[in-house]
Design a protein around this ligand. Sequence first.
Ligand SMILES: NC(=O)c1ccc[n+]([C@@H]2O[C@H](COP(=O)([O-])OP(=O)(O)OC[C@H]3O[C@@H](n4cnc5c(N)ncnc54)[C@H](O)[C@@H]3O)[C@@H](O)[C@H]2O)c1
Length: 378
Amino acid sequence: MAKPLNVGMIGYGFMGKAHTNAYCQVNHFFDLAYRPVLKAVCARSADKAKPFADQWGYESVETDWRKLIQRKDIDLIDICTPNNTHAEIAIAAAQAGKMILCEKPLAMSGPEGLKMVEAVEKAGVANMVWYNYRRVPAVTLAKQIIDQGTLGHIFHYRAKFLQDWTISSQVPVGGQALWRLDSSVAGSGVTGDLLAHCIDTALWLNGPIDTVSGMTETFIKERPGALSGQPEQVRIDDASAFLARFANGSLATFEATRYARGHKALYTFEINGENGSIAWDLHDLHRLQFFEYSGDGRLRGWRSIHVTEKEHPYMENWWVPGLQIGYEHTFIHQIADFLRGLAENTQPEPTFKDALKTEKVIDAVLISAKTGSWMRCE
Ligand SMILES: NC(=O)c1ccc[n+]([C@@H]2O[C@H](COP(=O)([O-])OP(=O)(O)OC[C@H]3O[C@@H](n4cnc5c(N)ncnc54)[C@H](O)[C@@H]3O)[C@@H](O)[C@H]2O)c1
């Protein structure tokens, strides 16, 4: 019988749902020594949190995260709130001896992220950041292919994350759903929001980034304030692109925008090595494109691997070969790995310390975009 692990989740929005779904499903599909229990959900308004708690099966509701953190019956704090709250909550939770799962980006900046790393390390509590794209089976397969050396020497890494939801100048700044446009809450714009995912995946697949040269743009500089009702200056980056040199000598390009008309969440990456290439696309997330430069030249070509076989990462826990899984499963995989780590006394990645590396790249890109200089990432 799996041991209960009492979860206190803060925030019940997009990620609150994705994580809660993962807690509900994980033990149905993975054989684990621990079982998450939906002990409490926390939001500022009980009126809004209560229906969420009832719908998903949380036992109780809190309206102050500080109270939640002090509760003796909570083992793990899950931070699903906007970026400007992550550090304060995580540091307090670490001091209270709770395990912590924190949404990405880890922090508003590298120095803030460092304080979070120091807090969890001092407290010795299990910690992880929800860079969930690592656990798309096709992306995990890409990692396996790279780690076994199949691509050989890596020359290029290319990533982009494209959306189109802020093109209208009437999309307001700030407030409940639009905190991503408010720099005091989000930190940065697409750099910390979308590129953070691209950077985390890239560091995982291709190793450390040494230097970057970035550029950002805010296309619409004034928008209606969702809370003030007055025009407000927009301080986030609407679009961000950077060149990078990896420590392994490869060159990279990264791009993210919310102004790519027609694209909703087009996260893609491609890696080119001396013996092969791989490419992945979030819109077709169960496929990995693979080219291998070997064998009979007449038969060479890109293959599209349908990542649904029992041999593929995570897939033996799901349906029969040929039937694919989706976005929500990445969160189930992440919590499964976290719970397995607890049982085995290992610390699955990405930890706060791993996620800090992404913060350092983000900081370097934003400084480079302001100064026009190449920046080192450490
Ligand atoms: N891993 C991913 O793919 C992914 C996707 C989306 C968002 N995120 C990250 O998840 C976090 C939340 O994003 P979201 O899209 O779920 O946002 P959201 O706006 O949908 O939800 C945020 C929730 O936080 C609550 N909240 C805000 N301040 C609070 C406070 N002081 N105390 C308690 N509750 C508070 C809000 O009421 C809301 O329920 C962000 O850091 C974001 O970057 C990650």
